[in-house]
Design a protein around this ligand. Structure first.
Ligand code: COA
Ligand code: ZN
Length: 311
């Protein structure tokens, strides 16, 4: 019997690298993206076209996009916050424009320095400009499962915003748990409602592991029929404009779990781990990935000498 397919998008080159205090050299970014391209991802979020003042870590977005290799079957997407970002991205041969705004007003103002109304206007203009182009459009809604400044965001508000984008013709959206506030029963409920209200929308879920619930939330979303997830190599990541934000759902931990649970992720875990193993040197700190530290479930460790010496 065929295993159910789960599509994974690695966002470490954007969500991970944006948050690192040291500048990761452009050549190193490209090398990581190229290595990820061979691992079996459906999509890679390679960078963002944001203001270099807001996100200096990704100020080399054009060069990254021009120099990465493009592997057929992998979609290369970039995060875009405004019209200026869209203009820059379009000169770089992107497959998908990942437009971003927050479900909560306060986080939108903190992160994007504009009201949600202004974001809606700008993103609407971008959607209109791209609707007849081969570039796909995805809208990522931040803080869907809670805002670190406002608290809970109501489900009806999330559905209202999704409806506005659906009316613009957007048919791909990502529901983001920007600061790890989501919990499984909430995830199940929001995913079920979103799927039934927008049956033609391709939905992706984006979790952070801030409170250790990312993997449980992935399973809850799968229960509700979701089959696409963002995740970040090594568990890097976080939003610089959200207090207490920390790493994304870790790609190799999710691949490890989903393969054990009988899903086909299309990803070679050993190959992925070899890429993840390059990260600590690159970012110059330990990374959250438990699988990199502990190995697979059945990784065998040598027994201590005294075990064999006993009689
Ligand atoms: N790319 C490059 N430069 C940009 C830009 C973009 N997408 N958007 C604006 N700028 C430049 C402007 O040209 C202007 O430059 P100047 O100071 O040299 O004249 C400057 O940035 C300020 O422009 P303004 O429109 O006033 O932007 P802002 O300061 O209000 O910031 C955003 C708005 C959206 C550009 C900025 O907040 C941003 O990039 N946020 C991204 C946040 C993010 O990625 N968070 C993590 C992921 S969720
Ligand atoms: Zn994120």
């Amino acid at each position: 019997m065929n295993k159910p397919r789960i599509y994974l998008h690695d966002v470490a080159p954007r969500d991970g690298f944006q948050n690192e205090p040291i500048f990761i050299e452009t050549d190193d970014k490209i090398a990581i993206i190229d290595a990820l391209s061979d691992c079996g991802f459906a999509k890679i979020e390679a960078t963002s076209f944001t203001s270099p003042k807001a996100i200096p870590a990704l100020r080399d977005a054009e060069e990254v996009m021009h120099r990465i290799k493009r592997v057929p079957g992998v979609e290369y997407t970039v995060l875009i916050p405004n019209v200026r970002g869209a203009e820059r991205a379009l000169s770089c041969g992107i497959d998908e424009a990942n437009l971003v705004m927050s479900a909560s007003e306060t986080h939108n103002r903190a992160n994007l320095r504009m009201t949600r109304d202004k974001s809606l206007l700008q993103l609407g203009q971008i959607v209109q400009a791209l609707n007849d182009s081969p570039v796909k459009i995805n809208v990522s809604l931040s803080t869907v499962f809670g805002c670190p400044m406002e608290g809970d965001v109501t489900q009806s508000e999330v559905m209202r915003l999704m409806g506005l984008f659906a009316d613009m013709g957007v048919n791909r959206m990502t529901l983001c748990d920007t600061t790890g506030m989501a919990y499984p029963s909430q995830v199940r409920e929001i995913c079920q409602t979103a799927k039934s209200e927008f049956p033609d929308m391709t939905l992706t879920l984006h979790f952070h592991n801030t409170r250790g619930l990312a993997q449980a939330n992935v399973l809850a979303a799968i229960d509700a029929g979701i089959d696409r997830f963002d995740a970040s190599l090594g568990g890097l990541g976080g939003c610089p404009f959200a207090p207490g934000a920390s790493g994304n759902a870790c790609t190799e931990e999710i691949v490890h779990m989903l393969e054990l649970e009988g899903f086909d992720t299309g990803i070679d875990l050993d190959q992925l781990l070899a890429v993840s193993a390059r990260l600590p040197d690159l970012v110059q700190h330990d990374i959250p990935s438990q699988i990199l530290k502990a190995g697979h479930r059945l990784t065998r460790h040598p027994a201590p000498d005294y075990v064999n010496d006993m009689i």
